[in-house]
Design a protein around this ligand. Structure first.
Ligand SMILES: Cc1cc2nc3c(=O)[nH]c(=O)nc-3n(C[C@H](O)[C@H](O)[C@H](O)COP(=O)(O)OP(=O)(O)OC[C@H]3O[C@@H](n4cnc5c(N)ncnc54)[C@H](O)[C@@H]3O)c2cc1C
Length: 384
């Protein structure tokens, strides 16, 4: 399959980033694509996949060289996420390695001791990480979280619950967003690195609408003690860490939405050329041509928008409203394109074994996580 993003005029990615893309693509085509329908939801095979991702060199790209990484920008995560979206396997496995974005929390705010300890294991795929912000009573309204961390001597004692967390049930390292000062909202929030083997941590998988082999789950924290050295950034500094992490997250989700729409379009063009009805290929019907032509125009506009955001990130000029607009528009566009594409498959499009069906289901969450479309509109409106 050709990559229309890199092939399109004026790619905003550097040569090094394109090499990274090739590495990611090789990993996906070797390890995920051939057997994506059979990847198990749980068990040792999932761990092995992380190890293989580590061996392939696609994890921890933003870890500085002094800790063994490549010191790359968060744009590598955007590439990783895009390439995952370009693969039918994403519909099975979910965000998977794209959660490597959590590494940027450690890089931004972790002490040298934490980086020395965890960077090699992140790079090798030995540990799985997750970022736990959402709670049963606090999603969009993140400042309403109730998980607390109370300082006792050289330790914090954590109590609370996190839910809908990607990779929660298998994570070894959990970046838990807590209230260190419950009397305050945003400014009372901090991030603590919690090793999941600490007493009081319970991890549980959740069943989701898509991603049959995804790892969405919840985490319970009951009197969990961590040393004060596990604080990421400053006490009260969660929002500073989260805002740059969420901006990058939004861009990578937008990229994934674009990639999914491109994949759906490509698969559908191939399909309508061979599927026949009333003695004609589906492509010969004007309705098919119009739907695919509209989608093609959407994809071209989306790619230009995506590339523009990538350029702004590189220039250090990508605002919160920019990433919000990019995610909002690309995810909403992908719904349009994928839905119209699926329609052209008829009943076959509803069959689970068809990539188009998994693309359709897995695409739904892109308008929810990383900031819902409604919250993004609020952020954009705030900038007006
Ligand atoms: C598969 C999956 C993976 C996820 N991974 C992670 C993860 O790794 N880490 C993590 O921390 N979280 C994760 N999440 C959680 C995700 O970020 C939240 O679901 C999301 O932020 C929305 O929060 P909520 O579910 O509590 O919905 P709510 O906040 O309850 O929102 C419900 C609805 O109300 C709307 N709404 C809320 N406030 C307003 C308002 N002021 N004005 C207008 N409309 C409003 C929302 O847009 C939405 O439509 C994940 C979720 C899913 C489904």
């Amino acid at each position: 399959m050709t990559d229309s993003t890199t092939a399109s005029w004026g790619s905003p990615f550097t040569e090094e980033e394109e090499l990274y893309r090739e590495t990611v693509r090789t990993f996906i085509s070797r390890e995920l694509e051939p057997r994506y329908l059979e990847i198990p939801a749980r068990g040792p095979e999932r761990r092995q996949l992380w190890r293989k991702a580590g061996e392939a060199g696609i994890l921890g790209a933003c870890i500085p060289e002094e800790f063994g990484g490549a010191g790359a920008s968060t744009l590598c995560n955007v590439i990783l996420s895009y390439e995952l979206g370009r693969s039918a396997s994403y519909g099975t496995i979910g965000s998977f390695v794209a959660t490597d974005l959590a590494t940027s929390m450690l890089v931004q705010g972790g002490s040298k001791a934490l980086l020395d300890r965890w960077a090699p294991k992140i790079l090798s795929g030995e540990v799985v990480q997750c970022l736990a912000l959402t709670e049963p009573n606090a999603g969009s309204d993140a400042t309403a979280i109730r998980t607390t961390a109370v300082r006792e001597g050289d330790e914090y004692v954590i109590n609370g619950q996190k839910t809908f967390i990607t990779n929660a049930d298998m994570a070894d390292v959990i970046y838990v967003v807590v209230k260190t000062d419950p009397t305050k909202r945003g400014r009372g929030m901090s991030v603590l690195l919690v090793e999941s083997d600490r007493p009081g941590v319970t991890q549980r998988p959740l069943k989701t609408m898509g991603f049959p082999a995804g790892n969405t789950g919840e985490v319970y924290l009951e009197n969990v003690r961590v040393p004060v050295g596990n604080l990421i950034g400053e006490e009260g500094g969660a929002f500073k860490l989260l805002s740059s992490s969420l901006d990058a997250d939004r861009l990578q989700i937008g990229g994934r939405a674009l990639a999914q729409a491109e994949l759906a379009h490509q698969l559908t063009v191939d399909y309508v050329k061979q599927r026949k009805a009333f003695g004609h290929t589906l492509l010969e019907f004007q309705n098919t041509q119009f739907k695919l032509a509209e989608a093609k125009a959407d994809l071209e506009a989306g790619r230009a928008f995506f590339h523009s955001a990538v350029r702004k990130v590189r220039a250090g000029q990508c605002s919160e409203a920019d990433t919000a607009m990019t995610k909002l528009w690309l995810t909403e566009m992908s719904v349009r394109v994928i839905d119209n594409c699926l329609q052209l498959w008829g009943g076959a499009g509803f069959m689970d074994e068809m990539p188009i069906s998994r693309i359709y289901t897995s695409n739904r969450v892109l308008r929810i996580y990383g900031g819902t479309s409604e919250i993004l509109k609020m952020l954009i409106a705030r900038s007006l």
